[in-house]
Design a protein around this ligand. Sequence first.
Ligand SMILES: [Zn+2]
Length: 82
Amino acid sequence: MKQEEERLTSGQVGSIVKMLGLTTDREFNCTECLQNVSEFAESQLAGKPVTEIIARVEQHLALCPECSEEYDALRKILQAGQ
Ligand SMILES: [Zn+2]
């Protein structure tokens, strides 16, 4: 029984990965990412130069599947509007 308890489920692995992602980028959380994700999406589509904030959004998106989903949805909306 003890061994069963120590085994990680895929859900637990997911939250550990997420936790690690959030701790490596403590200063830039999901709220900040989502505040800047539209700027990131627009600059990607327009091929604008990457600013510091854009680079941080990109870094956060690589670590955070939830924000990544938001970005995908936003990008689709922006592309449809072009
Ligand atoms: Zn996030």
